[in-house]
Design a protein around this ligand. Structure first.
Ligand code: HEC
Length: 110
């Protein structure tokens, strides 16, 4: 019994560390001028020198409850609006699926 509780506590502890790292990596990719460079157009949390061409990225969980929708928006925004200013990061190979998923983990904390 005791050993089971200890194992559960350890599992929760480690998964929260791993999860925290993913969010941190996602934030780095989001802010990196050579990667997501999302700040060029979006106001995001504590990001500096943010642009305002795109809408501020806030309340993401409430506004994008469907992960697929958010993923598609970053992978290829031209799907929803062929004239959008936002670059198709996935389609153009600027970001990988893995990188977009990390960015999304960060965005969902906003
Ligand atoms: C060159 C400017 C530009 C860059 C860089 C850019 N975006 Fe956008 N983004 C826009 C514009 C303009 C819109 C609004 C029009 C649209 O929805 O396509 C938008 C819309 C969005 C939306 C929908 C927001 C809403 O409220 O509907 C999300 C989510 C988003 N961008 C995420 C990102 C992420 C994540 C990055 C970085 C990987 C990024 N954008 C980089 C210009 C940009």
């Amino acid at each position: 019994m005791m050993i089971r509780i200890i194992l559960i506590v350890i599992t929760i502890f480690y998964s929260s560390i791993i999860f925290g790292d993913v969010v941190k990596e996602g934030k780095k990719l989001t802010f990196d001028r050579k990667k997501g460079n999302c700040l060029a157009c979006h106001m995001i949390d504590d990001g500096e020198l943010a642009g305002n061409i795109g809408p501020p990225l806030i309340a993401m969980k409430a506004r994008f409850p469907d992960r697929e929708v958010l993923f598609q928006k970053i992978w290829d925004p031209t799907q929803g609006d062929p004239n959008t200013f936002m670059p198709p990061f996935g389609k153009h190979g600027a970001l990988t699926v893995d990188e977009i998923n990390k960015i999304m983990e960060y965005l969902y904390t906003l």
